[in-house]
Design a protein around this ligand. Structure first.
Ligand code: GAR
Length: 208
């Protein structure tokens, strides 16, 4: 079986990246992780990736002369690794049309809310403030508008009495670690519809 060559972009601790690496250890998993790139020097996830024997790169977004110059370097590194799919996993950079177009239909993101509710930052606190009874996470294709692209998969988790943003974030993160590997597998094996193909999502709800 040909596995889809996948790169993971991170900015921080990389727990979702680790979930993808762990899933991809199985030779039957339809994607292999060929590269992990951080835009933040010393991002915690880099050590995890190195320990797992995965190639890593750090491309600091600062001092590059603008967003697109940074992205051109990142793009070149991804191509050099033979990347076919890109997974954003806690990658906290807004992307320009150059990069989004270059990877259109081939780039996934995970966001810790049930999109289209609560895109952007502080998502858990805003969910609590709104009084909704479920939080969750969404894996979607990346388009030029932040947190808006076609949805591949979602998981819902209950919001419980006494929750604050950290307790809710922790519960959602457990679901993220199940959802992202399932969503990547669906995309890599061609079981998720391509953006624009009409039909919608594989929906995956991990057991609570
Ligand atoms: C995750 O909760 C991810 O969904 C979120 O950042 C966290 C990264 O954690 N991403 C976003 O908010 C993107 N808008 P991780 O580094 O441990 O995977």
């Amino acid at each position: 079986m040909k596995r889809v060559r996948t790169a993971v972009l991170i900015s921080g601790r990389g727990s979702n990246m680790k979930a993808l690496l762990d899933a991809a250890k199985d030779p039957a998993y339809p994607a292999e992780i060929v590269l992990v790139v951080a835009n933040v020097p010393g991002a915690g996830g880099l050590d995890i990736a190195r320990a797992a024997g995965i190639d890593t790169a750090t491309i600091d977004h600062r001092g590059k002369g603008g967003r697109e110059a940074f992205e051109r370097e990142l793009h070149a590194r991804l191509l050099e690794a033979g990347t076919e799919l890109v997974c954003l996993a806690g990658f906290m950079r807004l992307l320009t049309p150059f990069f989004v177009d270059a990877w259109a239909g081939k780039m996934l993101n995970i966001h810790p809310s049930l999109l289209p509710a609560f895109p952007g930052l502080d998502t858990h606190q805003r969910a609590l403030d709104a009084g909704v009874k479920f939080g969750g996470c969404t894996v979607h294709f990346v388009t030029s508008e932040m947190d808006v692209g076609p949805i591949v998969a979602q998981a819902a988790v209950p919001i419980l009495p006494g929750d604050d943003a950290p307790t809710l974030a922790a519960r959602v993160l457990i679901a993220e670690h199940k959802l992202y590997p399932a969503a990547l597998a669906a995309v890599a094996s061609g079981k998720a519809p391509q953006p624009g193909a009409g039909a919608l999502p594989t929906v995956y709800n991990p057991p609570l």
